[in-house]
Design a protein around this ligand. Structure first.
Ligand code: DGL
Length: 265
């Protein structure tokens, strides 16, 4: 059993990839839809929320937890790893590593929530990998509420305006590689891709974190064949979560989503 959590629907970008690369593993997902967004909150609040999320998942005795949230991975990963006795994997290190490999002109842009960008976590990781990289960081606070409210259609005019607003300076910087450093952002991948053009590589934190989890499970002999199976828990209306999930995962998960009271944890 794998545990996966995010502040909301964003972690589905990891789930989508996990279903492809680890289809035999059973998975429990928690999306904190009642308290999203995390990325505009203080470090103390993000750590408190992350601890509750992990405590809830620990009830299922997971063999590993994937923190499918750029914000929690940037701000609270150490706290989680110190508090729990299972492997806890974040999105920052694998996503930065993939970007450092992908770039040719050594100019990388990082898109993330305000808390992620303030933490400098991606920048630090990238410069450890290659001190010669040029990095441009951009907080995109409107993206998470847009995604949570289902504005993920490639032709959505509101999202297209927000993308143009945040991506104009990124395009001017001339990065050939852009890190979608929040797991909500891959749900906007098509719209972002249309704006920046095909020559720019988009590195998807959801995808890279899922691939990293696969490597870690394989290397540590923790792979198992549980026949798959996904269960979803949220802290607000299950129907809204299932609606966005249906568009993004292209399947109906309504029967598999339940609401819980996360404040009990
Ligand atoms: N998916 C979360 C992340 O990766 C969204 C953060 C938020 O809730 O603001 O950062």
């Amino acid at each position: 059993m794998l545990g996966v959590f995010d502040s909301g629907v964003g972690g589905l970008s990891s789930v989508k990839e996990l279903a492809k690369c680890l289809p035999e593993e059973a998975l429990v997902y928690f999306g904190d839809t009642g308290r999203v967004p995390y990325g505009t909150r203080s470090e103390e609040t993000i750590i408190r929320y992350a601890m509750q999320d992990a405590r809830f998942l620990m009830e299922f005795s997971p063999k590993a937890i994937l923190v499918a949230c750029g914000t929690v991975s940037s701000v609270a990963l150490d706290a989680l790893q110190n508090a729990f006795d299972v492997p806890i994997i974040g999105v920052v290190a694998p996503t930065a590593a993939a970007a450092a490999v992908a770039t040719k002109n050594r100019k990388i842009a990082v898109l993330g929530t305000p808390a992620t960008i303030r933490s400098g976590a991606y920048g630090k990781q990238l410069l450890q990998l290659d001190p010669g990289l040029e990095i441009f960081s951009m907080a995109c606070p409107l993206f998470v509420p847009l995604v949570e409210n289902g504005h993920i259609d490639p032709d959505d005019p509101i999202t297209a305006a927000a993308v143009a607003h945040y991506l104009e300076p990124v395009a001017a910087f001339g990065a050939d590689t852009i890190i979608l450093g929040c797991t909500h952002y891959p749900l906007l991948k098509q719209i972002i891709g249309q704006y920046v053009g095909q020559q720019v590589r988009l590195i998807d934190a959801g995808r890279e974190s899922a691939l990293a989890l696969k490597r870690i499970l394989t290397d540590s002999g923790l792979r198992s064949d549980e026949g798959g199976g996904q269960r979803f828990f949220v802290s607000d209306a299950p129907a809204d979560f299932a609606d966005t999930a249906r568009i993004f995962l292209q399947k109906d998960i309504r029967e598999a989503v339940k609401r819980i009271d996360i404040e009990k944890y």
